[in-house]
Design a protein around this ligand. Structure first.
Ligand code: ATP
Ligand code: MG
Ligand code: MG
Length: 309
């Protein structure tokens, strides 16, 4: 199975209104609720591709119960969330039905107690032992040490499980130094890590910091992957108008699926680019249509070269 870690889980709530205007009251035309947090997005996409996924992280309170009820109804995803005292945060997206613009409100979420963090570490140690790959995704909730991802990377590497890390700021900086197999920063995260806005310079720098493969996701410009074996670019067929929220998570899922299926890098990147483009096209953030994905897969251009041995 593929293990996904979402320390900062959320119950994502979307309200749709006809037109959003400040200082007025709105009639909600549609409400949806679903398990959220970056690692759970990755889990959902992997499961939709037919992979067995175990999802860990934290859940608590009434919102945590709702999240787990919904996870139980997601085929292919096994719930291994660790219970906490505090209530799982909610994120609220208000979608203006006329413009499609989204206004996002995110709760900070509960503080994780030291005993809860160590209960998580025990659970994680058991889970990585049977994982074909591990995804560490998203920000850290309050109370979790800033070096958390570095520790989780080391634990996975110690048992030989390949790790993908997708986070930002100081947790990314420390996590990269623990030598993950893959990091997937977006352009801003990569620039913050390396101090360079030039993707060629920045990916090289991120590799020097410890990542085996750096896959930079560059929005509509696609993906750039660099490792000791080579360097590849995957470009989507066109700039897609849509909702890019969760596109990076779908890219991460594509990379992981390719990893456990032992696909060569160009094919892994093609998958990541097609899945993320299909996610931008989907009306619901973080979802994708299977057929659209398969059509896009034929249209993604991958260029690059392997490094001479
Ligand atoms: P997330 O919100 O999930 O964290 P991110 O900021 O990490 O996203 P992006 O670089 O914005 O990730 O997007 C991930 C991938 O999605 C890109 O590398 C690209 O392949 C694809 N993508 C994003 N936006 C577009 C677009 N407008 N058209 C086509 N493909 C896109
Ligand atoms: Mg982005
Ligand atoms: Mg991202």
């Amino acid at each position: 199975m593929i293990l996904t870690v979402t320390l900062n889980t959320a119950l994502d709530i979307t309200y749709r209104v006809r037109a959003l205007r400040p200082h007025t009251s709105h009639r909600v035309t549609e409400v949806t609720e679903r398990p959220g947090g970056k690692g759970l997005n990755v889990a959902r996409v992997l499961a939709a591709l037919g992979h067995e996924v175990t999802a860990t992280g934290f859940a608590g309170g009434a919102t945590g119960r709702s999240l787990r009820d919904q996870l139980a109804r997601t085929p292919g995803v096994v719930d291994a969330l660790v219970p906490v005292e505090g209530a799982t945060r909610r994120t609220v997206a208000v979608v203006d039905g006329t413009t499609g613009d989204t206004t996002q409100l995110n709760e900070p979420g509960p503080v994780i107690a030291p005993a809860e963090w160590s209960a998580f570490l025990d659970a994680y140690e058991d889970l990585v032992a049977s994982a074909a790959a591990v995804a560490l995704c998203g920000s850290l909730p309050p109370g979790v040490p800033v070096g958390a991802y570095a520790q989780l990377v080391r634990t996975a590497r110690a048992v030989g499980a390949p790790v993908l890390l997708d986070t930002s700021g100081e947790p990314l900086r420390r996590g990269v130094a623990a030598r993950p197999d893959i990091v997937k920063p977006n352009a801003d995260e990569l620039a913050e890590l390396t101090g360079s806005h030039d993707p060629s310079v920045a990916t090289r720098d991120a590799r020097r910091r410890g990542a085996h493969t750096v896959v930079a996701s560059l929005g509509a410009q696609g993906l750039l992957a660099v490792n000791a074996e080579g360097r590849w670019r995957a470009v989507p067929p066109r700039r897609i108008q849509g909702n890019p929220t969760g596109a990076g998570d779908s890219a991460a899922a594509g990379l992981l699926a390719g990893l456990v299926e032992h696909l060569p890098w160009p094919q892994r990147l093609a998958r990541a680019a097609a899945l993320s483009a299909a996610t931008v096209l989907a009306p619901v953030a973080g979802e994708f249509d299977r057929r659209t994905y398969e059509e896009l897969l034929d249209q993604v251009a991958v260029t690059g070269e392997a490094t001479a041995a």
